[in-house]
Design a protein around this ligand. Structure first.
Ligand code: UD1
Ligand code: CA
Length: 451
């Protein structure tokens, strides 16, 4: 059976307390409308028509590259029935499925069930809600759906009904067009209710099918930021749970944010408070301590991150030890068994096997060889105010604490640099280089006294 899909998205969403059209608010980095469109496409509809009104230009611009998406403008929001009417000129297929731009987690499988049971002419998704206040109620007679009554039009008996309308329906297109021609706005809200077509179907002896949704988040509409956040939490928890099921030891699925894609091999463990952005790849037996922020990075086998590191666009080798409090900036590549410690910042730097920068250093635009030890407080002075220059540190170098390396400069293989040096020229291999004033004692000096 062939379908068109209409997505209603014309409302402002006053309760979002934001200028941005409601459906453009994001869940896990993707707007609600984009999520619904993605799900809609999985059903292979002939057309997807989004009904827009408030913020129409912003929405159109956002989706301008999506050739498959059509827009119908609803200038005034006169109700869900009126909204669907705006899309009627686009419809060409036998059935029409109606979705909502603010019901972002609707699933493909639920929609497939709906489409299947709608073949008689009309089907809807309902839900049993403990507190149904605010929703349209499914009114049944001898088990058969008779009509939907909106909250504001309910009598006291109808208010007791816990089965609610999710709004999502699938309708035979010619019947939809016919019924929408018959609805009016004589109701408590003076709106054209889409839901009025249910009673029209019943009077036309069309059986109304339904699917009872089991998981509330799938049919949950978003009206406020709090509701947005709670759905986002479900999405993030879901990603964490999938990793846990695949064998990753995540300390607490409530305290991890996987904002992009996190791929983990076996034996990986992740402590609380970590944020993963972009594409992150953790190979076998990597352990990530608490409160790490990691973006677009690959970390190889058995490396260990202690707490509080910030890592962006880096490649970390096997058996490295990082942190706590290390900042690894774009273009950093560490080979095997590299140690970076507290308050160490690297940028555009390659560090070869078994080298260590353990404390309080800035290492930028650098090449560091094997078995190098960079002492505390070492700074590569890579920037002359106009250009960046390279620092090269060859294998087996030992750099004493509090050293400045004025780039461009090469510290030759096996060099030792005395602590407190400012190195401006290339060093000789296997020699000690020092550049500091001799220590002297001033005999005639008195400490100043207060007058
Ligand atoms: C609607 C249903 C109600 C259901 C509830 C589920 C109707 C009359 N009522 O009520 O039975 O329980 O959803 O959440 O359909 N919209 C437009 N143009 C309009 C009006 C609405 O695009 O003129 C869009 C809104 O942006 C929103 C959606 O349709 O995304 C639902 O509209 P809303 O006014 O929130 O309907 P409810 O009163 O919640
Ligand atoms: Ca609503």
């Amino acid at each position: 059976m062939t379908i068109d899909i209409i997505i209603l998205a014309a409302g402002k969403g006053t309760r979002m307390k934001s200028e941005l059209p409601k459906v453009m608010h994001q869940i896990d980095g993707q707007s609600m409308l984009a999520r619904v469109i993605t799900t809609a496409k999985t059903l292979n509809p002939k057309k997807i028509i989004s009904v827009i009104g408030y913020g129409a230009d912003i929405i159109k611009k956002q989706f301008q590259n999506d050739q498959a998406l059509l827009f119908a403008l609803q200038e005034q929001q006169l109700g869900t029935g009126h909204a669907v009417q705006q899309a009627l000129p686009f419809l060409s297929e036998e059935f029409t499925l109606i979705l909502y731009g603010d019901v972002p987690l609707i699933s493909k499988s639920l929609l497939e069930q709906l489409v299947k049971i709608s073949s008689s002419g009309l089907g809807l998704i309902t839900f049993e809600k403990e507190n149904p206040t605010g929703y349209g109620r499914i009114v049944r007679h001898q088990g058969q759906i008779q009509k939907i009554t909106e909250e504001k039009d309910c009598d006291n008996l109808e208010k007791q009904i816990k089965e609610i309308n999710t709004g999502i329906m699938c309708i035979k297109t010619d019947l939809l067009i016919n019924w929408l021609g018959k609805i009016d706005n004589k109701n408590a809200q003076q709106e054209y209710y889409l839901t009025d077509i249910i009673a029209l179907a019943v009077s036309d002896k069309i059986k109304v099918g339904h699917v009872l949704a089991k998981q509330e988040h799938e049919i949950q509409g978003v009206n406020s930021v709090i509701e947005l956040i709670s759905l986002e939490r479900i999405v993030l928890q879901d990603k964490a749970k999938q990793l846990i099921e695949a064998g990753v030891r995540i300390q607490d699925p409530n305290r991890i944010d996987i904002r992009g894609e996190l791929v983990c091999e076996e034996g990986v463990s992740i402590d609380v408070g970590c944020i993963f952005e972009g594409q992150v790849f953790l190979k076998k037996n990597v352990s990530v301590g608490p409160y790490n922020i990691i973006k677009d990075t690959t970390i190889n086998e058995a490396s260990h991150l202690q707490a509080f590191n910030h890592i962006d666009s880096a490649l970390i080798g096997k058996q490295c030890k990082i942190g706590p409090y290390t900042r690894i900036r774009p273009g950093s590549e560490l080979n095997q068994d590299v140690h970076l410690g507290n308050f160490v910042e690297t940028k555009n730097t390659k560090i070869d096997d078994h080298s260590k920068v353990n404390h309080l250093s800035y290492i930028g635009d650098s090449q560091i060889g094997k078995n190098v030890n960079v002492g505390a407080g070492t700074i590569t002075c890579n920037y002359d105010g106009a250009n960046k220059h390279l620092t090269t540190i060859e294998d087996d170098v030992f750099i004493g604490s509090d050293t400045q390396l004025i780039a461009p400069v090469t510290i030759k293989k096996g060099s030792t640099i005395g602590a407190g040096s400012t190195i401006t020229k290339d060093t000789e291999a296997n020699k000690l280089t020092i550049s500091r004033a001799q220590q002297v004692t001033i005999e005639s000096w008195d400490r100043p006294k207060k007058k």
